[in-house]
Ligand binder design. Structure first.
Ligand SMILES: Nc1ncnc2c1ncn2[C@@H]1O[C@H](COP(=O)(O)OP(=O)(O)OP(=O)(O)O)[C@@H](O)[C@H]1O
Ligand SMILES: [Mg+2]
Length: 337
């Protein structure tokens, strides 16, 4: 388990002071894929880099498996770092070394003998499906292949934790999916704890168990991925997940046609598969206009968020709304004209 307590980080320079992290408290469970999402400059990289002390915290502690890593001396820190692998947006491979030599690099540094390194690297090449590229140089690889090399290198010394800083941000959607699937696979196979940073909710949706939203150096919302999608609380969370059109201030945008009612429907699980809209039109004397929204397929369930304009007489509308609620669908009246 990774426990982050009262963590703050301030960058000081002659002319300015940037409070990049402000009193972060977070517990990441063993064996989970924990996502951290936020806009550019929110503090994501600073936060993940404090976990292996690439960045020194200004205040607070980071406790990994009961050990406060902010208190470790150089030797202990070096040993602890062996248990933490990291991958980056731009892969950070050594261009003068082959795929094999890149993956071997941390093992050489950590003093393993040649035979072991040979065996271990060949194993890892199989895990990331790059055996046929073992003698290629990074410049001869695609982005996805480069990230596979970086993943193999991060796994070389059998870490317990894998930190991913925007690991798929430089990749196209299809390659992103393949890399995320690889991360899921290795998480299971090696029982890793994965901390994953991204600015894309698609990535969170695909692989994470829980997610924290970071804004201006603070965690403003933290929950399971299902809960965040079904019932986002902050405007930032809503903006990240929802396909409902909003203004830059986070206000929902809708038409105010006299006599119409605008409702927001939110549903989790099975109900998103039911043909709700067509049932409504068939069973009640109302007209419906879908304004915005979508259904998100999560790993374990699906979540729908729809904004709808309903026209008809009040009695019929009320009956329809009652029926909606009976279907276990969250209904919020946004506007009544
Ligand atoms: N070494 C540094 N010196 C001074 N300020 C820094 C340093 N590193 C980061 N910052 C500042 O700290 C804040 C958080 O930066 P950070 O890189 O953690 O954001 P981020 O969420 O990773 O953004 P992005 O999505 O663009 O990568 C920013 O205001 C940034 O300018
Ligand atoms: Mg960053």
């Amino acid at each position: 388990m990774i426990e982050i307590k009262n963590l703050s980080k301030t960058f000081n320079s002659k002319s300015s002071e940037v409070k990049a992290l402000k009193n972060i408290n977070l517990q990441i469970n063993k064996g989970e894929i924990f996502g951290i999402i936020g806009l550019s400059g929110a503090g994501k990289s600073t936060l993940i880099r404090t976990i292996n002390r690439l960045e020194e915290p200004t205040e607070g502690s980071i406790i990994i498996e009961g050990k406060d890593i902010t208190k470790l001396d150089k030797t202990d820190l070096r040993n602890t770092r062996k248990e933490i692998g990291m991958i980056f947006q731009h892969f950070n491979l050594l261009s003068s070394r082959t795929v094999f030599q890149n993956i071997a690099f941390p093992l050489e540094i950590n003093g393993y003998d040649k035979n072991y390194i040979e065996k271990r690297v060949n194993e890892l090449l199989k895990v990331v499906e790059l055996t046929d590229k073992k003698n290629a140089y990074p410049s001869q690889l695609s982005g996805g292949q480069k990230q596979r090399v970086a993943i193999a290198r991060a796994l070389a010394d059998n870490p317990k934790i894998l930190l991913c800083d925007e690991a798929t941000s430089a990749l196209d959607p299809k390659t992103t999916k393949a890399i995320l699937n690889l991360l899921k696979k290795i998480q299971k196979e090696f029982n890793l704890t994965v901390v994953l940073i991204t600015h894309q909710m698609e990535v969170i949706k695909e692989v994470c168990n829980r997610v924290a939203i970071i804004e201006a150096g603070k965690i403003i919302e933290l929950n399971t991925v299902e809960e965040i999608f079904a019932r986002p609380k902050t405007n930032t969370a809503k903006a990240f997940i929802s396909h409902i059109h909003r203004s830059s201030e986070g206000e929902i945008i809708y038409p105010t046609t006299p006599g119409s009612t605008v409702i927001k429907l939110g549903y989790l699980g099975d109900s998103s598969k039911k043909p709700i809209i067509s049932s409504l039109i068939r069973n009640f004397d109302i007209d419906i206009n879908i304004l915005s929204g979508d259904i998100d397929e999560l790993q374990s369930t699906s979540v729908g968020n729809l904004l709808i304009q309903v026209m008809g007489n009040n009695e019929e509308k009320e009956k329809a709304f009652e029926w909606i609620k009976e279907q276990n669908i969250d209904l919020e009246v946004i506007w009544n004209g």
